[in-house]
Design a protein around this ligand. Structure first.
Ligand SMILES: *Cc1c(COP(=O)(O)O)cnc(C)c1O
Length: 444
């Protein structure tokens, strides 16, 4: 990989040369005072270092404007906002403002995407369509370290169908001494269980290790063995390049409050491949064809495509909150954002390797840029992580911790700079030295 110089001037030069440097101005970056609530902190009004867009993306200025506009329309037009909206965003069709832009982010046809409810709800809805266990084929394959919500969703679906999770869940453990799951290893497990597996659920990017899975290869292999495959893209949507349609993914779900910046608890997204539009599903009035939805005949006629998987009228505030961010994705496009992301994360990696020859942590995220997104996960030696994380927080550095020993660092291409990354690494060095000195002081 390219050699980086390790001084601040180099970071500033990389920012200066960055074609996306102006995108940051479209976001609110919390100040050092705002993020710490410490009025004594030095440089209180300077922007803090926020490397946590993998957990909760920052607020875009567009989002704030759009929500204020909708509140305004609601206060002045009441119910008429549904049908004659002064900004041409009739609430009755509010989903149409985001569907195409969302589809572009995940590499889908517009008809294959619906923006609705939340991730776990959408996962249950699609499992109710795609998980059809029989006596012979009843197993669901997922990773052993799946995100808890995914694990619980799968477990409860199995129980709901009258099966026993201890017999019907295959959980993929990493090979000994490894943190991530090599593609060939996953394929081997799929092939071992293909005759009894009804479904596979895997993450596009693993939340803990930051590993990006080879969705194309794994999907094609699963399907060649006749196993349905769905993907949880919580950490992949808006982070890595996706081609869900071309890869013939059966279905996928994701949330939009991580890399897609829709705000806490924001609306979710789902993908159903056009080959699966006929799949049976739970339904509600919002799945009914638009032209006759309000005729109230109780004779169901489905909307075509993924729109036919909707249930309820979507939250307008949640939808436009997402729109504010998707407008930015639409303007710059995923390929440009991903290109910057690879550079930023590579820069972070090179600084960490150079500044920590003493190895107080190891990076458990794959070193190959094709096998990771924006995030690097640092696994600390026992006893260090909690203290280091606390200290960073105090110094207005936002990264997140995953117990027992991991700190996740995620520079996002929309609003993070090379200077952010440089400052983070220098603060981490200071913090680790301080924590080790304190520990050493105690032990002598
Ligand atoms: C963030 C995340 C979730 C959260 O689910 P919600 O339904 O949005 O609360 C679920 N699964 C994964 C893999 C996640 O990363």
């Amino acid at each position: 990989m390219a050699q980086f110089q390790h001084d601040l001037a180099t970071a500033k030069r990389l920012d200066h040369e960055d074609e996306l440097k102006d995108v940051r101005d479209q976001f609110f970056i919390p100040s050092r005072f705002e993020i710490t609530e410490n009025s004594e902190i030095s440089e209180a009004n300077e922007p803090s270092i926020y490397l946590c867009g993998n957990s909760l993306g920052l607020q875009s200025k567009g989002t704030r404007r759009l929500i204020e506009e909708e509140l305004d329309v609601w206060s002045k037009a009441g119910v008429y906002g549904h049908f004659r909206h002064p900004k041409s965003r009739d609430w009755v069709s509010i989903d149409e403002t985001v569907t195409q832009k969302m589809a572009d982010v995940v590499g889908a046809q517009r008809s294959e995407v619906a923006v609705m409810t939340t991730l776990t709800t959408n996962l249950h809805l699609l499992l109710s369509s795609f998980y059809k266990p029989t006596k012979e084929k009843h197993m669901i394959i997922l990773e052993a370290k799946a995100f808890p919500s995914d694990h619980y969703a799968v477990e409860s679906q199995i129980q709901l169908h009258g099966f026993d999770p201890t017999e019907s869940m295959v959980t993929i453990e990493p090979p000994t001494d490894q943190y991530f799951l090599p593609t060939e290893y996953i394929l081997k497990i799929i092939s071992t269980h293909a005759s009894t597996a009804a479904l596979i659920l895997l993450p596009g990017v693993q939340y803990y290790t930051g590993q990006a899975f080879d969705i194309k290869k794994i999907t094609s292999y699963a399907k060649s063995l006749g196993v349905t495959i769905g993907w949880d893209l919580a950490h992949a949507a808006g982070n890595v390049l996706l081609e869900l349609h071309d890869w013939e993914v059966d279905f996928a779900v994701w949330c939009t409050y991580k890399y897609l910046n829709s705000g806490p608890g924001g609306i979710g997204g789902l993908f159903v491949h056009e080959k699966n539009f006929g799949q049976p599903r739970l339904t509600g009035w919002w799945a009914h064809e638009k032209a006759t939805r309000f005729d109230m005949t109780n004779r169901f006629v489905s909307q075509p495509g993924a729109a036919g998987f909707q249930l309820s009228n979507p939250s307008v505030l949640d939808t436009v909150s997402l729109l504010g961010s998707l407008d930015i994705f639409a303007k710059y496009g995923m390929p440009a954002l991903r290109k910057k992301s690879v550079a930023l994360t590579g820069y972070l990696e090179s600084l960490l390797l150079a500044q920590f020859p003493d190895k107080p942590f190891r990076i458990i995220t794959p070193a190959d840029p094709a096998q990771r997104g924006a995030q690097l996960s640092l696994l600390f030696k026992p006893g260090l992580m909690v203290k280091v994380h606390k200290d960073l927080e105090k110094h207005a550095i936002t990264v997140d911790d995953r117990k027992p020993d991991v700190i996740r660092v995620a520079p996002t291409p929309l609003y993070n700079t090379f200077e952010d990354v440089w400052k983070f690494v220098s603060e981490l060095r200071r913090s680790v030295d301080a924590v080790i000195a304190e520990e050493y002081g105690k032990s002598v």
